[in-house]
Structure formats: structure tokens, C-alpha cells
Write a protein that binds this ligand. Structure first.
Ligand SMILES: Nc1ncnc2c1ncn2[C@@H]1O[C@H](COP(=O)(O)OP(=O)(O)OP(=O)(O)O)[C@@H](O)[C@H]1O
Ligand SMILES: Cc1ncc(C[n+]2csc(CCOP(=O)(O)O)c2C)c(N)n1
Ligand SMILES: [Mg+2]
Length: 324
């Protein structure tokens, strides 16, 4: 492998150009960043780490890994109704990572920072004898008191989701060499959804702009586990109709061929879609950017799933858990 630049050259060469767009970063030449949120707004902050072969595949394109690192964090900001402002990025490069790889990572990262109008405000760069990892902290802002929280669901609310569920988890199976029964268009769509989450910033901002009570979170670990987090925070239950869960044509093809793949849809994770609960009129006001999949009930902690036969059963708790 060609020699890598020193730590400070790596930063100056590949990351400082991205940071130049915003004065908060002080050109990555000082000890920390300084920024002021817009007047009348609160700062929203979140952090998410991604580890090679846990969150991304070591052989994935570095540009795509970079975009995923950014986007999963922007998804958490969206889940709070926040507008992204800036990020700090910690990178831990494993021994197998070349400077060419880092350059491609930085290019992808810079492109997505520009696409989402996010400033790279700083970070940290380390070498590790273990797997490559990234940890990103994202800052956003929301009008004071208007953040979308998990504890605001009430019995009688409708439960809705953005986009389609299950694509990324089935996409990961495609990348692992499964799903040869699907056509090329379907497989390409599913892989793309695994590589590149679409943080639902606009719809989240619509919820905030409506000024109504909504509970929201982003689905990262899978619907079956994540919906319980709103149940716990709001002391409610949920009834979800499996037939109403929005699927892409590709995922539909996948579950029609093999109904075991419903497990990917319900508990696979990596969706980065929003789960939103609100009063029926308020959810209706979100228009066709969301799909209603069920209702919020007063059966605290109970999540029921209506199957295709119309029968109701407890939705098995599931979803991604790093320690199970
Ligand atoms: N090591 C930690 N120290 C302090 N707080 C933590 C720690 N790990 C997680 N948390 C907090 O616990 C809550 C849930 O964290 P979690 O990572 O599950 O977030 P999530 O949005 O549900 O999932 P994702 O990580 O996929 O975005 C968050 O408020 C997070 O800030
Ligand atoms: C190579 C590879 N890529 C992705 C996955 C799936 N996956 C990993 S972490 C996670 C939940 C979100 O992470 P976190 O809770 O840490 O934010 C999911 C769904 C996998 N098993 N293997
Ligand atoms: Mg989240």
C-alpha cells in the first residue's frame, strides 16, 4: 500500500477544503468550533458511530460509506424536527485503509455536506489496529419548544411512516449474495437503499411547521423494536396493519417470492424512515408524504399486528440490538 500522509496533512488535504465553506470551523486550524444557532431556536445534538462490518461493509465504496455516516445522523436530527447546521467527524482508520480510500471518503462526504447544506465544523483523526470506524456528531436547530419527541403519542392517534420499509435490510441480503430470484432493477434499488438512507428532513420540518402535537422517531433498528420506544416513552400501545406497511416494488417482489422476508421488513432495520403519531386530522395534513399503518391504543406497551388474514397477534419484539 502507498504511504499515507501524516495525520495533519491528511486533515489539511482532504477535510479542510470541505470545512472552508463555513466560518464556524475556523478552517480546522483551532482547538474547537464556534457557532451561534438562529435566534428563537434551540440546538439539537445527536451522535452515531458506524463500524466496519457492523454498520457498513468493508468493501463498500468509500464515497457511499461517507454519505451513510452523515445521513444516519441527519436522520436523527430529522426525527427531532431539526434543520441540520453542522457536524464534527471522528475517523478511526484501520491498517488496510489507503490515502486513496480516505480521499474518496472525503470527496463523498464533502458532496453530501454541500447537498444537505451542512458545515463540517471539526473532528478528530486516529489510526486504529482494529476495524475502521466513524463517529459523527450532528448539530441542528428547531424553533424553541417545537422539537418532535417520542413521548407525545396519545391513544386515538394515527400511526404513519415515510417512504417504504424493509428495502435496506433486503438490500443487505442482496449484497450478501442472496435474493437471486429478484430482477436486476429490484436488486439495484434495494442495494441503493442500503447504501444511501434518505433522511426525511422536509417532512419532519412540515410536522414542526404545522405546530400540532406529533410524536416522531426515525426507524433505524427496525419497526418491531423501534415502535416500542414510542410506546414506552408515551405510555401507549399500537395496532399495526401489515397490509398497510408501504413496500417498494422491489420489496414487494421479495416478500411475494418468500414470505420469510417479512422479517426483514418488520425487524431488519437500516430504514431511516420516520415513524410519526398524531391526531387523525394532523396526520392527514401531512398529505401523501406519509402512509398510515395503524393506530395508537391505550394498551400500554402492547404492539399488535393485524396479519393478511385480518387476525390480530402480538408483534414479536425484534429489531437490531448490538448486544443480543
Ligand atoms: N453511551 C451513551 N451515553 C449517553 N447516552 C447514550 C449513550 N448511548 C446512547 N445514548 C442515548 O440513548 C438514547 C437512545 O440511543 P440510540 O443510539 O438507541 O438512539 P436511536 O435514535 O434510538 O438509534 P440510532 O442509534 O440508530 O440512531 C439517545 O438519547 C442517546 O443519546
Ligand atoms: C454490514 C452490515 N450493515 C448493516 C447491518 C444492519 N445493522 C447494523 S447496525 C443496525 C442498526 C442501526 O445501528 P445503531 O443502532 O448502532 O445506530 C443495523 C440495522 C448489518 N447487520 N451488517
Ligand atoms: Mg434515532
Amino acid at each position: 500500500m502507498a504511504a499515507r500522509s501524516g495525520e495533519f496533512d491528511l486533515i489539511a488535504r482532504h477535510f479542510a477544503p470541505i470545512a472552508l465553506r463555513d466560518p464556524a470551523a475556523l478552517s480546522l486550524k483551532d482547538d474547537a468550533a464556534v457557532f451561534t444557532p438562529p435566534t428563537g431556536c434551540e440546538v439539537v445534538v445527536t451522535t452515531d458511530a458506524l463500524v466496519s462490518d457492523v454498520h457498513f461493509r468493508n468493501l463498500d465504496a468509500p464515497e457511499l460509506i461517507a454519505k451513510k455516516v452523515l445521513r444516519v445522523n441527519l436522520s436523527d436530527l430529522a426525527a427531532m424536527g431539526a434543520t441540520p447546521l453542522g457536524v464534527v467527524l471522528t475517523a478511526g482508520y484501520g491498517p488496510d485503509v489507503s490515502e486513496d480510500w480516505i480521499e474518496r471518503f472525503a470527496k463523498g462526504f464533502g458532496k453530501d455536506c454541500a447537498a444537505y447544506s451542512v458545515a463540517l465544523m471539526g473532528g478528530d483523526t486516529v489510526g486504529t489496529p482494529g476495524p475502521t470506524f466513524f463517529s459523527l456528531t450532528a448539530f441542528g436547530y428547531v424553533a424553541t419548544g417545537m422539537a418532535l419527541r417520542r413521548d407525545q403519542a396519545r391513544p386515538g392517534d394515527l400511526l404513519a411512516v415515510t417512504g417504504t420499509l424493509g428495502d435496506a435490510a433486503i438490500g443487505l441480503a442482496v449484497l450478501a449474495g442472496d435474493c437471486n430470484d429478484l430482477d436486476d432493477v429490484a436488486r439495484d434499488h434495494l442495494k441503493d437503499r442500503y447504501w444511501l438512507p434518505r433522511p426525511r428532513i422536509d417532512i419532519a420540518k412540515s410536522c414542526v411547521a404545522l405546530g400540532k402535537r406529533f410524536a416522531a422517531m426515525d426507524i433505524s433498528d427496525g419497526l418491531a423494536g423501534d415502535c416500542r420506544k414510542i410506546c414506552a416513552a408515551s405510555s401507549v400501545g399500537m395496532t399495526i396493519d401489515r397490509m398497510k406497511i408501504p413496500l417498494s416494488n422491489a420489496a414487494l417482489q421479495a416478500v411475494e417470492h418468500d414470505e420469510h422476508r417479512w422479517q426483514n421488513v418488520l425487524a431488519g432495520g437500516d430504514d431511516y424512515e420516520l415513524l410519526i403519531a398524531g391526531a387523525p386530522d394532523d396526520v392527514a395534513a401531512l398529505g401523501d408524504h406519509v402512509t398510515v399503518i395503524g393506530t395508537v391504543t391505550d394498551k400500554v406497551g402492547q404492539v399488535e399486528l393485524i396479519g393478511p388474514d385480518g387476525k390480530m397477534a402480538e408483534l414479536a419484539p425484534g429489531g437490531f440490538d448490538h448486544f443480543r
